[in-house]
Design a binder for this molecule. Structure first.
Ligand code: SAM
Length: 240
């Protein structure tokens, strides 16, 4: 696979330009030259092969040679809510969620959360999504919902969190709990599944209580305590 770059508006253009972070990555870091072949994706499942025509520090012009839909999505709709750790570990959680095919990601804020959402956080998480998608060949961007307090999320109408995604999280969690492999309970893989992973200090007992009252179920991933990023990877892998 050639180097991949994200261009949000690909369809219907004979040529496009990499700008901002993508131009910096291509021109400044990877030192692409005119004539190089790149793979471009728009985050909506379209992928193009393109030839670099000109390079400046802030703009890399590319001619589209071939374009089409290329689907590397998981057939199962996977949604995950996570109390994110700080810094590089947050990036690692997002990378694992993207690589393992999560469709939507909800940053949750729990009583024992160490990281508090800031204005810049969602933008930063979206940047991690793009970087991970470039690396793993994913052509559809995992959606990041606005951060939400766990106390609100357990009873929220989660269908409004993701554009165009109607989910019934409680039924979905019950379905996966009925069969943790999810296979016999939902052989078609049509139904979305929503998981939640708590903060480094764990969910507070009252937070677990309110979730159980709202109809959530708990799942054990075994007798050892997993780091947040490991729990995210394990849940998503099992759910596929
Ligand atoms: N001291 C905390 C506790 O005992 O809950 C550890 C929390 S763990 C580092 C972070 C999160 O990962 C937990 O809130 C839980 O959602 C998930 N997790 C970690 N290990 C798990 C396991 N063995 N089974 C189920 N969930 C697990």
């Amino acid at each position: 696979m050639s180097q991949r770059y994200f261009v949000p508006d690909l369809i219907g253009h004979p040529s496009v330009a990499l700008t901002d972070d993508e131009a910096h990555h291509a021109a400044g870091v990877m030192r692409v030259k005119p004539g190089a072949t790149l793979t471009l994706f728009d985050g909506q499942n379209n992928e193009a092969q393109a030839t670099v025509e000109s390079v400046s520090r802030k703009r890399v012009e590319c001619r589209i040679d071939e374009i089409g839909e290329v689907d590397r999505e998981s057939p199962r709709m996977l949604l995950i809510a996570v109390a994110l750790p700080k810094g590089d570990r947050a990036r690692s959680v997002i990378e694992k969620a993207v690589e393992l095919g999560a469709h939507g990601f909800v940053p949750i804020v729990c009583r024992r959360s160490v990281a508090r959402p800031s204005d810049g956080q969602r933008k930063r998480l979206e940047r991690y999504v793009i970087d991970a998608s470039k690396q793993c060949g994913r052509n559809r961007l995992m959606q990041i919902a606005p951060a939400i307090a766990w106390s609100e999320f357990v009873t929220a109408d989660t269908s409004a969190l993701f554009d165009g995604t109607t989910i019934d999280p409680l039924a979905d969690v019950q379905r996966i709990v009925a069969d943790p492999t999810g296979v016999s309970a939902d052989p078609s893989g049509q139904h979305p599944v929503l998981f939640a992973v708590g903060p480094e200090g764990g969910f507070d007992p009252e937070e677990i209580e309110s979730a159980l009252e709202a109809g959530w179920s708990t799942i054990s991933l075994g007798p050892r305590i997993l780091r947040v990023e490991t729990a995210v990877g394990a849940l998503l892998a099992i759910a596929q």
